[in-house]
Design a protein around this ligand. Structure first.
Ligand code: GTP
Ligand code: SPV
Ligand code: MN
Length: 591
């Protein structure tokens, strides 16, 4: 008979003690470790992970405190086809989610979890999402058999003792049970039970499938809590922009996975825009509430970044490069012979003797990528030189603009402003984006991805859009809503817009529209900047190229609206009438 440490030594919450005991009875771990978040614990877990070969230490000179992790090659991205919302009724999950009946899911995963931690250690990881002491903050506890998950959760959340203090005697916490199993894809399931504030995830060790604080709790479950409690949980970055006069305004932007949130959140202003500064609040998730002033206020529930490595360089995102100089975890990047990391799009050319993301000697002539396209870094936000002084502010930050954007080679102009809140919600609801390597499956196919929440909304998408409309009615000082596209291409296949730091020019236009009556003209699809309205001093872009980046082509838009209409039809009776009406009006205006 295994004996486990007494839960009472760690928590005053009877519910937590009972739940941990219940999970232990099911999974039968050899040992139970309650994580306290201390530095000594970090060292202990890291040593254990290195001894087990789960982490490879990097050079203490080049990357102090950093480690490399190579995942199973069949487990490198989120797996949407085995992600389920297990609401009591199928209609609760809606047409955009996979649904499994709760009893069936508990039985099916329960069978897989039975004795699944035999001869393994069970880590109990209490964590807080949101700044400590914030009315937005919520407690979760993840139980996992993965030391990689435990160490990642330490970076990504406020983990350990503060969470148990915040929980106190309460039973109100998210229950996340994760077990790696043998990584057989046929035994991979990520199941959400919003009615129980519970997540069960088996068979994957990958980020969004296994760090249950992130997409599973802070988006899928939190979106249900937000619906019930009157707020929003969104797949959004939050960034502060300070103008040369010293005024800082905040915007929140929703782009699908691997479509530029981390980059926009950390952007370095181009030299031509003197006196402008950027402050990162969050790079992936925002929890937004109506403040006492009738405006929208946001916090970043996370404490670290789980960012896409390829394409990150001193040129494209120096703040990200600085964030991974120390105490970072790298997953599925390439390794240099001198103990450093490398990926495609990094500043330096690949050194000789590189090992690819699977640890094999890499041949530059092979045509294969050295780093996996969805390879990632995990870094504490405290490492970011551009971290906002309000990143830990319990009150959050006031949002003056919401931005929706996707990855579109055609049709979508660089930027548009919506006519009003309902139109902005329509823009978000119908946005499309080309699929990326962040999820398993085909890359580069345009799919509708409402508010970049298609894989993350924990309930019926029609009701979700209705919730957005209702929330807008309660805002007396609503933020303006915009849409952007950094990824439009020329006929020759090149990006029309230089992107990255230069995106500040687009944000400047937005802020001018909001605060200084900046110029723009009305088109059937929204307000658009005149080419002269966009600050282009110091930008090397041919006028014709800029014209193409901003162009609104009627034929392309007719096609777009038809495709958006098919998606709205698919949502069915829960689609708010106001959005259906906007679609009709837009189709008519385009003729
Ligand atoms: P998730 O972490 O998956 O949610 O992704 P994300 O939305 O944070 O995307 P991220 O900022 O990591 O960018 C993904 C990819 O898009 C990277 O390879 C970037 O280099 C590239 N990218 C980001 N911003 C731009 C841009 O303005 N222009 C172009 N052309 N590429 C960009
Ligand atoms: C995304 O895919 O949107 C991510 C990475 O941010 S993951 O945490 O894996 O979801
Ligand atoms: Mn994301």
């Amino acid at each position: 008979m295994t004996s486990y440490p007494a839960a009472e030594a760690f928590t005053k919450s009877r519910a937590l003690a009972d739940w941990v005991a219940e999970c232990a009875r099911l999974t039968r771990p050899e040992r139970i470790v309650w994580c306290d978040g201390s530095e000594a614990e970090r060292r202990r877990l890291t040593d254990a992970a290195v001894a087990a070969g789960t982490l490879i230490p990097l050079s203490p000179e080049k990357r102090p405190g950093c480690h490399l992790h190579r995942s199973n090659p069949n487990d490198v991205a989120r797996t949407e086809e085995v992600t389920f919302i297990c609401s009591p009724a199928k209609a609760g999950a809606g047409v955009t989610n996979n649904w499994m009946a709760p009893d069936e899911a508990y039985a099916k995963l329960g069978a897989l979890l039975k004795d699944s931690m035999a001869r393994r250690t069970m880590y109990v990881i209490p964590y807080v999402m949101g700044p400590l002491g914030s009315p937005f903050a919520k407690v979760g506890v993840e139980i996992t058999d993965s030391v990689y998950v435990a160490l990642s959760m330490r970076i990504m959340t406020r983990m350990g003792r503060p969470a148990l203090e915040m929980l106190g005697e309460s039973a109100d916490f998210n229950r996340g049970l994760h077990c790696t199993l043998d990584l057989d894809p046929r035994k991979r399931f990520i199941c959400h039970f919003p009615q129980d504030n519970t997540i069960w995830s088996v068979g994957s060790g990958y980020g969004g499938n296994a760090l249950l604080s992130k997409k599973c709790f802070a988006l899928r479950i939190a979106s249900c809590l937000a619906r019930d409690e009157g707020w929003l949980a969104e797949h959004m970055l939050i960034v502060g922009i300070q103008n040369p006069a010293g005024e800082t305004r905040y915007l929140a932007a929703a782009f699908p996975s691997a479509c530029g949130k981390t980059n926009l959140a950390m952007l370095t202003p181009p030299p031509a825009l003197k006196g402008w500064k950027i402050f990162t609040v969050g790079d992936d998730i925002a929890w937004l509430r109506i403040g006492p002033d009738g405006g929208l206020w946001a916090i970043n529930p996370e404490a670290g970044y789980f960012g896409v490595a390829p394409g990150t360089s001193m040129k494209s995102n120096p703040n990200a490069m600085r964030s991974v100089e120390r105490d970072a975890l790298f997953t599925n990047v390439a390794a240099t012979p001198d103990g450093d990391v490398w990926w495609e799009g990094m500043d330096a050319p690949p050194p000789n003797g590189l090992r690819d993301w699977q640890g094999r000697p890499w041949n530059p002539q092979s045509g294969e990528k050295a780093a996996h396209p969805n390879s990632r870094f995990t870094a504490p936000m405290a490492n970011n030189p551009a971290l906002s002084p309000h990143a830990n502010d319990p009150r959050g930050v006031p949002i003056s603009a919401i931005v929706f954007g996707g990855r579109r080679a055609t049709t979508m102009p660089l930027v548009l402003e919506s006519f009003d809140w309902t139109h902005g919600v329509f823009m978000g609801a119908t946005m499309g984006s080309e699929t990326t390597a962040a999820a398993a499956g085909k890359v580069g196919v345009v799919r509708r991805d409402p508010m970049a929440m298609l894989p993350f909304c924990g309930y019926n998408i029609g009701e979700y859009l209705g919730h957005w409309l209702n929330l807008g009615k309660r805002l007396t000082k609503p933020p303006r809503i915009f849409m952007v596209n950094w990824f439009r291409k020329s006929a020759g296949g090149d990006f029309l817009w230089p992107g990255f730091g230069e995106n500040l020019r687009v944000r400047k236009w937005m802020l001018d529209r909001i605060h200084n009556d900046g110029d723009g003209h009305r088109t059937p699809v929204g307000f658009a900047p005149d080419p002269a309205g966009l600050e282009i001093a110091g930008l090397e872009i041919a006028p014709e190229q800029l014209r193409q980046a901003l162009a609104i082509d009627r034929d392309e838009w007719r096609h777009e609206i038809a495709s958006a209409g098919e998606f709205l039809d698919k949502i069915g009776p829960t689609l708010p009438a106001a959005l259906r009406e906007r679609h009709r009006a837009l189709a008519a205006a385009l003729g």
